[in-house]
Design a protein. Structure first.
Length: 372
């Protein structure tokens, strides 16, 4: 194998594929990236056995072939090469080493046989649809903060994607929850997605997918079955196993009768929460909201640090209420609100609170209160 490729193109592709490779691997081949040179193009692939990524870039290959080399090392080498350099990749005749040349720099890496590289079988993916990259970005950005990190509740370690009805309109819905907060986002149902099974897309896949849609302004092709999902955008393909579990009936935790409505300027509220929470204890991060007509008083106390209060104006007409929240969770939710106002729908100090974007009905957040 022998080819020449521009550094920027190689770096961008390596950046995508190497992030799938785990830093610690008991199986040596999984630390490597599969490098395949074909006429006019180079394909890079990596896998951790649950998630596989491949990306194709333009390159001029004088000898076709394939090899595998250490993903993170190769990425670091290319990253440190001078901008605008032409990079030459060549394998030795016995296939055991990969030589990288650029200008006066020369590196040799040990290789493992490409035949040992595990192929991730996609199987039959009967459901196919296309979604705008901006819609997919919106689902990921506004739900992933609520994905659970608790490995014991593995069925919460991802985004639940499914077709649903919202007021008689078919939608594609993404839901994530960690038991303390819940995020639900809807986009118009793409053509062909009406019959899809409800699937849980793992956290790592969600994060890798987000990096890919960042650079795409077109659409993303999605194919899926009950156990696998495949995303294709431009020259990049991502195949992932799905979480084998049942997502809880999240509709049950979304309150419907919350009648105490508070509307606050979102940015001003978030800044006040951030300032007051400086005092709250590291463990609980608790902050109290005392809501009365026209005013919200935010307060936090800590036996070690002292206390803090701040008042902001808010539109509120119901009976006065005091309610406590985890300040970090409040900030996570207000970060997702694009409109100027955030709307809090409360019942009492012990029941879930509903948070909505004043300018966007497609997203809904549920937050469990804390005893303060």
């Amino acid at each position: 194998m022998k080819l020449t490729i521009e550094r920027a193109a190689l770096l961008k592709a390596l950046q995508h594929v190497q992030s799938v490779v785990e830093r610690r691997n008991t199986i040596p081949i999984l630390s490597n990236v599969l490098v395949t040179a074909q006429k006019g193009r180079l394909t890079l692939a990596a896998t951790d056995m649950d998630l596989a990524i491949s990306e194709t870039v333009d390159a001029s290959a004088s000898k076709t072939g394939a090899t595998t080399a250490a993903a993170h090392t190769l990425y670091e080498i290319v990253r440190k090469l001078p901008d605008g350099a032409q990079v030459e990749l060549e394998t030795s005749t016995d296939g055991n080493t990969l030589t990288i040349r650029a200008g006066r720099s020369r590196f040799s890496l040990q290789c493992l046989p490409p035949a040992d590289f595990p192929a991730m079988t996609e199987g039959d993916l009967p459901h196919r649809f296309q979604i705008a990259a901006s819609d997919l970005k919106g689902i990921i950005d506004r739900t992933r903060f609520a994905i659970s990190n608790e490995e014991t509740r593995y069925y919460l370690n991802g985004i639940y994607l499914h077709a649903a009805q919202a007021g008689g309109t078919p939608v594609l819905r993404g839901v994530a929850t960690d038991g303390h907060r819940l995020a639900r986002v809807e986009v118009p149902l793409p053509k062909g997605a009406g019959e899809i099974p409800g699937v849980i897309v793992p956290r790592k896949t969600v994060n890798e997918l987000r990096k890919l849609v960042e650079e795409s302004d077109g659409s993303v092709d999605i194919e899926l079955s009950d156990t696998r999902i495949r995303f294709a955008s431009g020259h990049v393909t991502l195949v992932s196993k799905l979480i084998d579990g049942t997502f809880p009936d999240y509709e049950r935790v979304i309150p419907t009768g919350n009648d105490k409505v508070l509307t606050v300027p979102c940015k001003e509220f978030a800044h006040a929460v951030d300032r007051v929470s400086t005092i709250s204890t590291e463990k609980s991060r608790a902050i109290k909201l005392a809501v009365a007509k026209g005013v919200v008083t935010l307060s936090a106390t800590s036996p070690d640090a002292g206390s803090a209060t701040e008042e902001i104006e808010g539109d509120y007409k119901a009976a006065a209420i005091e309610i406590g929240f985890n300040s970090r969770y409040l900030l996570d939710i207000t970060e997702q609100i694009a409109g100027a106002e955030a709307r809090f729908l409360m019942a009492d100090a012990g029941s879930p609170t509903l948070v909505r974007d004043g300018a966007d009905e497609s997203a809904l957040y549920v937050l469990m209160p804390m005893r303060v």
